[in-house]
Design a protein around this ligand. Structure first.
Ligand SMILES: [Mg+2]
Length: 232
């Protein structure tokens, strides 16, 4: 028996494209370097994650702040309300988001395999992340009791107690588990520390870390082909 544990954002669906598109829509410009935009936006995302998970700040407000900080650092032309407007556009884009056909195929294959158990470990505010579970239709493949949102726990990624919670829920040992995630510092270090296998989706071509995941992919196509054939 194997357990396959997915992160949601930038793993089951590509969030980065929507974040950049929302900024471009509001500012009326093309972001010159999307990798740099995402790097700064995500660096800002780490700052207030605990307050977000505890519900002190809303996802909308924090995204507005992250956008304005990113606009400022990149020297993009913006006014103080643009961050909030971009957060609105981003939420609107998210309400139409869906999984790729290839990802659905991979999940269908896993869900029909009696030797595989599926789970989700996602970071963020409880209501916001559960809303994504609904919008993406993830109930079709994932049992709700096997979905952990960090906002519902006292822990933040990469605390390995989250991995222990998943092991308990699935009734599996560390060596039977695979973490699939895009964030090296949050998803992959937790998996390595917990003794799990891992697949790192390195979309932004970040440099090779000291401790390597079992498998590294760079694109969605590579990810789904690894999921369909490569987790042994
Ligand atoms: Mg992610």
């Amino acid at each position: 028996m194997r357990g396959i544990v997915f992160d949601i954002d930038d793993t089951l669906y590509c969030r980065q494209d929507m974040l950049v598109k929302a900024a471009e829509t509001v500012l009326g410009v093309t972001v010159p370097d999307w990798r740099e935009f995402i790097r700064i936006f995500y660096e800002k995302s780490d700052i207030n994650m605990a307050a977000l998970e505890s519900g002190e700040i809303s996802t909308h407000d924090i995204n507005g702040w992250r956008y304005n900080e990113t606009f400022q650092i990149l020297g993009l032309p913006y006014s103080s309300t643009d961050g909030g407007d971009a957060a609105d556009v981003y939420l609107e884009l998210q309400s139409h988001m869906e999984l790729s056909q290839e990802m659905m195929k991979a999940l269908d294959a896993f869900a029909s395999d009696p030797g595989i158990k599926l789970a989700i470990l996602t970071a963020g505010e409880s209501a916001h992340q559960w809303n994504k579970v609904g919008m993406l239709g993830l109930d079709r493949w994932f049992d709700r009791s096997n979905i952990i949102v960090t906002g519902d726990t006292p822990f933040s990624k990469p605390d390995i107690r989250l991995c222990r919670m998943i092991e308990d829920r699935l009734g599996l040992k560390p060596d039977d588990l695979w973490m699939i995630g895009d964030n090296y510092d949050k998803d992959i270090t937790a998996a390595i520390d917990a003794g799990w296998h891992s697949v790192w989706i390195n979309r932004r071509d970040l440099p090779e870390p000291a401790r390597l995941p079992d498998i590294e992919v760079r694109t969605d196509d590579e990810l789904t082909s690894v999921l369909l054939t490569g987790l042994n």
